[in-house]
Design a protein around this ligand. Structure first.
Ligand SMILES: C[S@@+](CC[C@H](N)C(=O)[O-])C[C@H]1O[C@@H](n2cnc3c(N)ncnc32)[C@H](O)[C@@H]1O
Length: 228
């Protein structure tokens, strides 16, 4: 029998899902009222950690981050970019094994919060940016890029929109660099999971990207890709 510490979630985590669903509903309302950037900014002003990424009494998120980072194909990365870094939990974990980590998020209030929470960690920094407008000229190239639970918040989710997002991400990835793509996945029962399939297929079949491995876990999908 498995020990409780191996379970991917506990009963308590049910309220994590409810809170996340409420956040998504609130975000939807804010996006009707404001631009995308303002809506995310306002969201983080109303709820400091809208998706409970750093709330320690939920088991699901910390286990998910730990599992996802254990899927990296190698060690010794020099520069990591965490796109849509939110409150910075993944960036801080990356900083334990990568020389330099930059987290970017469209919401200035998320960036401020993440920077405060990481003030004692010298090799991590956060910047406000829409990743659709990121240029490798300003940030340089990265040998590791993490894109976790971000793409389905883009306003254009058409095939062209996804391809444009993918090309922006590719610009930041150094040759032989690793891209870790993570999205919610609930066995294709809900529309978000179907979107996840489309997102991962879009990246998987990109010219210049090679799928190293793909992992289905309850309730997310991870694609590990390498730039040729
Ligand atoms: C669900 S949260 C995921 C946060 C973090 N990656 C994690 O896994 O805990 C999605 C994040 O993406 C950010 N985001 C959404 N659209 C973005 C964009 N176009 N550019 C940069 N960040 C974006 C949001 O502000 C939010 O912090």
């Amino acid at each position: 029998m498995r020990t409780p510490s191996k379970f991917f979630m506990s009963l308590r985590d049910i309220s994590f899902w409810i809170r996340s669903a409420k956040t998504d509903a609130l975000l939807k309302k804010l996006r009707h009222k404001y631009s995308n950037e303002k809506a995310f900014n306002r969201l983080y002003q109303i709820r400091h950690d809208p998706w409970c990424a750093g709330v320690s009494h939920y088991r699901y998120q910390p286990l998910k981050y730990k599992t996802v980072l254990s899927l990296l194909p190698r060690h010794g990365y020099h520069r990591a970019l965490d796109i849509g870094s939110g409150v910075g939990v993944v960036s801080r974990l990356l900083a334990q094994q990568v020389d330099q980590v930059i987290g970017v998020d469209i919401a200035q209030s998320a960036v401020d919060y993440a920077a405060r929470a990481s003030s004692t960690i010298p090799n991590v920094e956060f910047r406000q940016a829409d990743f659709l407008q990121l240029s490798s000229a300003s940030l340089g190239r990265f040998d590791l890029v993490v894109l976790a639970d971000v793409v389905y918040y883009l306003s254009d989710l058409s095939d062209q929109g996804l391809q444009a997002a993918r090309e922006q991400v590719l610009k930041t990835l150094a040759p032989k660099g690793t891209l870790l793509l993570v999205n919610h996945y609930f066995f294709c029962l809900d529309s978000q999971s179907r979107m996840t399939r489309r997102i991962h297929d879009c990246f998987r079949w990109a010219h210049g990207l090679r799928l190293v491995s793909q992992h289905r876990r309850p309730f997310y999908l991870v694609s590990v890709l390498e730039r040729e």
